[in-house]
Each structure stands twice: as structure tokens, then as C-alpha cells.
Design a protein around this ligand. Structure first.
Ligand SMILES: [Zn+2]
Ligand SMILES: [Zn+2]
Length: 138
């Protein structure tokens, strides 16, 4: 049985969340927006049902990184936590690396590889999509 309740939070602990249900579309996103939002060459994301997501401490600060996209983060420490796309109102993406048990959900593919930094090497054998799926517009 796959675990169905995950907890997570930001670096400083001001924002804590929980998310239930199965994570899907687990991926590394190499798009420029994710890179700049996180300060890292790629971001690992998992998609969950929005009604299973709940902030349990603090407040999610939000930034609109493009017309349809809201990125949620901790206003105190800057950790990148969530991604919401207007085309997928019933879903929310969560940064897999901020889960407390981050080792449990491993990315299954790379998306937006067309934006990948030349020095970022992909050597894990996972599928590489040049852009997103309909799920992963930046
Ligand atoms: Zn924080
Ligand atoms: Zn991205």
C-alpha cells in the first residue's frame, strides 16, 4: 500500500503542510521559472489533489510567476513549496524535497529539458521530455 498522508514544511519551520492521496506525475522540472524560484538547477515536483492539501502552520505566501501560475513559498525563509496552475484547479504540485519523508517519492521523469542548463547532467536513465506535459506548463 502506498502511503497516503505526507507532511512537510519549509526550512525555518514557519510553514507546515500536509497532503493526502497518491502523488502522481513525479518529475524534475528544468524550466527557467522553477530554476529562478528555487535557486537550483531543477525542482522535483509531485501532483496531488488540492482538496487533500492543507497548510497546518503559518501561511503560504504566493507569487504569480506567470499569468496562470501561483507559486507558494515561505515568506520568512523563502522555501519553494507549491505550484498551482489555473488550468488544473483541482490539483496542487508540491516540492518533493520539502516533504518530511522526501526519500519516499522519487521523480519518474524530467520535464522542460529544453530549458536545462548545459552543465546539469541527467544520468539517471529516466525519460526526458523537451517541454512539459499538459500538466507542467511553467
Ligand atoms: Zn520558512
Ligand atoms: Zn518548472
Amino acid at each position: 500500500m502506498e502511503k497516503s498522508l505526507y507532511t512537510g514544511g519549509c526550512l525555518c519551520g514557519a510553514v507546515r503542510y500536509e497532503v493526502s492521496g497518491a502523488g502522481r506525475h513525479l518529475c524534475y522540472c528544468h524550466c527557467e521559472s522553477c530554476r529562478r524560484a528555487s535557486g537550483s538547477p531543477a525542482v522535483a515536483w509531485g501532483t496531488f489533489d488540492r482538496n487533500g492539501f492543507r497548510v497546518t502552520r503559518g501561511t503560504l505566501a504566493e507569487f504569480r510567476s506567470s499569468e496562470p501560475v501561483q507559486r507558494g513559498f515561505c515568506a520568512a525563509c523563502g522555501s519553494s513549496l507549491t505550484y498551482s496552475h489555473a488550468a488544473r484547479p483541482a490539483e496542487i504540485d508540491v516540492t518533493l524535497a520539502t516533504l518530511d519523508e522526501a526519500g519516499e517519492l522519487a521523480p519518474q521523469m524530467h520535464v522542460w529539458v529544453a530549458d536545462k542548463l548545459p552543465w546539469a547532467r541527467i544520468e539517471d536513465g529516466l525519460p526526458q521530455l523537451p517541454r512539459g506535459t499538459e500538466n507542467t506548463l511553467p
